[in-house]
Ligand binder design. Structure first.
Ligand SMILES: [Zn+2]
Length: 305
């Protein structure tokens, strides 16, 4: 079993006893509220942030192991300066070397807030480390404001640079970078802009799109005629394996009112994740069973029952 999409704070909350949100969030504002509260409760349990990343990653891997998870893609943010980012990732790498049977792939995340990248992280320095690190690396982009086209274009310039780095790595015998992006998640964007954001990401060479409700999720996938071509083209690309989709069913259900899977969506292109299990009070087993329920409901409808 694999958890293909799990964020550090939500993962750590699930692995520590006694940390639960007061109530399970049901929209983005209540999610961020619960997230901040859980984060400060977690911080109070560790002497320093570096201890939190080292011991926390160990605790996450062991907890995953106990649930029969063989591998997870653990998403953690780069921070506002290069040294802190490197120290954080080094601590996580150290923490992931445990006796636990679960292997942990670190997915470094550019977290974009309204201020843009410039003062969030020193990109040049991050690129430097990516050019030379022998470890398989996955990079993600997430942030509440990122999916609007103007903002997204700035992100995609960074993706272009990452691709050049990826090719340099490959020429030197290192694995290519895998590039993920949280996109098509925000349902308030509407279908036209939402699908356009996914299209821009895929055409820029993003390998993995996260959440992407406009592609698969009922009722959001029922798009107007002007957006149909974009959606159909993306589904065709998904069928050929040009990109994959991270799906986190509970997060989509709770925060975006998703109720099922589109009839024409190819589920072979999907990887399941828990997103923030300690905040959403879920497990990969629960995600798998919710996803299977939706598949069954879809085939029943097909058969006309
Ligand atoms: Zn996510």
């Amino acid at each position: 079993m694999r958890d293909a999409h799990i964020h550090f704070t939500g993962a750590l909350a699930a692995s520590l006893a006694g940390i639960t949100p007061r109530s399970v969030p049901t929209d983005l504002p209540s999610f961020f509220d619960a997230y901040q509260r859980v984060k400060s409760e977690i911080r109070a349990r560790f002497p320093t942030p570096i201890d939190m990343y080292r011991q926390g990653t160990r605790s996450i891997a062991e907890h995953a192991s106990n649930q029969g998870i063989e591998s997870l893609d653990l998403i953690a943010g780069f921070v506002d300066d290069y040294d802190s980012s490197v120290r954080r990732f080094a601590a996580m790498l150290e923490g992931s070397q445990t006796n636990a049977t679960c292997s942990t792939l670190l997915r470094g995340c550019f977290i974009r807030q309204t201020s843009g990248y410039a003062n969030v992280v020193d990109l040049t320095a991050v690129f430097r480390v990516m050019r030379s690190s022998a470890a398989p690396l996955t990079v993600d982009f997430c942030g509440p404001d990122r999916q609007r086209e103007g903002r997204l274009r700035e992100d995609l310039d960074v993706v272009g640079e990452l691709h050049r780095i990826s090719e340099t790595r490959f020429r030197h015998g290192l694995p290519r970078l895998s590039i993920a992006m949280h996109v098509g998640e925000d349902i308030t964007l509407g279908p036209v802009a939402g699908l356009r954001s996914i299209e821009l990401a895929v055409n820029s060479g993003v390998n993995r799109v996260a959440h992407a409700h406009w592609l698969w999720a009922k009722p959001w996938c029922e798009v107007p005629p002007e957006a149909k071509r974009v959606r159909n083209d993306l589904l065709a690309d998904l069928r050929t394996g040009r990109f994959r989709v991270d799906v986190c069913p509970s997060a989509s259900h709770l925060m975006s009112n998703v109720t099922g899977i589109a009839d024409d969506f190819p589920i072979e292109g999907v990887d399941l994740g828990t997103d923030n299990p300690g905040i959403l009070q879920t497990t990969i087993a629960a995600e798998t069973s919710l996803w299977s329920e939706w598949i069954v409901a879809r085939s029943r409808q097909h058969e006309g029952h």
